[in-house]
Design a protein around this ligand. Sequence first.
Ligand SMILES: [Mg+2]
Length: 262
Amino acid sequence: MKQQIRAIFFDLDDTLCAYWSASRRGLRQAFEEAPLECDPDKAIEAWRNVFSTFSPEIKTDSWYERYLESGEPTRTEHMRRVLTSLGCPSDQLATKLSARYAELRDASLEPFQETHEVLEFLKSKYILGLITNGPADVQRQEIETLGIGEYFDHILIEGEYKLGKPHQEIFDEARRLSGFEHDEMLFVGNAFEHDVQGSKNAGWHSIWVNKAMETNPGSGPQPDAVAFNLWEVVDWLGHERPAYADNPEIEGSKAVAKNWRR
Ligand SMILES: [Mg+2]
C-alpha cells in the first residue's frame, strides 16, 4: 500500500514549523514592550482565554470573509478583547499590539530541524503539496519566511480557496490537481481532526505528526501511522534514510507546547 503513494501533502503550522512557540514568543515580547500595567504572563493568559472563545466566532459570517483575506482584522479584535478583559480597553493599543505581535511572531518562526532535509529528500520522488488553514496573507508570509515554497507542486491555502480542512472539498481539489487516485495520496499533519480525520474521510492515507505528544482521541478515523519526527514519514514510505539523517534530535523538534493553546 505504501508503494502506491505518489503525492504527499503536508499541513504547515506545527507540522513543518513551530508555529505555536513562535506565537508565544511573539506575544510575550509584544506584551513586554507595551505600556501595560500587568505582568506579561497574565496578558498571555488573557490572550489564551480570548482565543478559546473567539476562534469559533471567526468561522462565522461576520468575520470569516475578512479573515480569509487578512489576519489583521481578527488579530486586532483579539487584542482589543484581551485589553478589555485586562481592564485597560484601547483600540489604539490593540492595533499597535496586533501589528507588533505579527511582526515578532514571523521573526520567531522556524522550520523544524529536519523539515528542509525531508522535503528535499521527498521532492525528487513524489508530487508534494501543502494544505494549510489560515488567512491568505499570513500563510503566504509564513511560506516565504520559512523558504519552503520551492518544494511544493501545489499549495492550497484556506484563505485563497475560501474553504479549509477538514472539509473534504479541499482534499478533493488537491487530489484533482495531482491527478492521482485516493489510495495514491498521503496527508501529513499534526491536527487530529482537521488533518488526520479530514484526509481519512477524503479517502487518503494519513500520518499524524505528534511532536506535542497529544493523546489520540480514540474515536473516528485513525491515522495509518504516527510520526514524532518527519524522517519517520520517510521510514513509513519504505525508503532508507540518507546518512545525514542519522540520529535526528527528536527532542529538539518538540517545540510545540502541548497544552498551551487549549
Ligand atoms: Mg497544524
